[in-house]
Design a protein around this ligand. Structure first.
Ligand SMILES: [Zn+2]
Length: 208
């Protein structure tokens, strides 16, 4: 058991050093999505039918990075059973909510905004071409909306024995990255947050 005091974490400034460049990080996230999709495919349709691949094109909004064609999709399936044909879209770590954002960058940038290094935030927002209003909206989301969601109320209860939530999303990032190497930590954090990408888990609306 430990608690997180975010004003007192020497790792804070070095936490993200090993984050890869934008395009390769996206590829990494894509492999996490492929794992999540494979799990959904194996589970099959609720009617008992088998799931066939039926991806649809989707670009990450709010961020401009050039991506390989095959990665600009939301992984999705359709039931093969006549009379059902239900679409099944597994959780994704790359897309958050109805407006598509790259989840990791949003978490990262929101986190950096809470910290003492505005210069690095500026660098990040320039590199990923996220405008300041987008960042401000996501700060409001993490501070005011996320704590009220059903997802967080359950997740919080599960986490509080091991993590003291001081400040969102910083405490979450800290909790997952403190004890693991960055790629493992990010994978676990993003998997943890992935239920919020499915509409029945949590509806996120980010106003313009
Ligand atoms: Zn079905």
């Amino acid at each position: 058991m430990y608690s997180v005091e975010w004003t007192n974490t020497p790792e804070y400034s070095t936490m993200y050093h090993d984050l890869p460049q934008a395009a390769s990080f996206w590829s990494f996230l894509f492999t996490v999505d492929q794992d999540l999709a494979e799990t959904a495919r194996k589970n099959g349709c609720s009617c008992g039918g088998r799931l066939h691949r039926a991806n649809y094109p989707r670009k990450p909004g709010g961020i401009s990075i050039s991506l390989p064609e095959e990665q600009r999709v939301r992984l999705s399936f359709c039931c093969d059973r006549e009379g059902c044909r239900k679409r099944v879209t597994p959780p994704s770590v790359r897309f958050l909510g109805r407006r598509v954002f790259v989840a990791a960058f949003v978490i990262l940038i929101s986190t950096m905004r809470q910290g003492p290094t505005p210069r690095r935030v500026r660098e990040l927002s320039q590199r990923f071409k996220v405008d300041r209003r987008t960042i401000a909206r996501w700060q409001v989301f993490w501070r005011e909306h996320f704590p009220q969601t059903p997802f967080w109320k359950i997740a919080h209860a599960r986490l509080t024995p091991i993590v003291k939530i001081v400040s969102l999303p910083y405490s979450l990032v800290d909790a997952f990255l403190r004890r693991h190497p960055p790629d493992v930590g990010w994978t676990r954090l993003l998997r943890f947050l992935s239920p919020i990408t499915i509409s029945r888990g949590l509806k996120i609306e980010v106003p313009h």
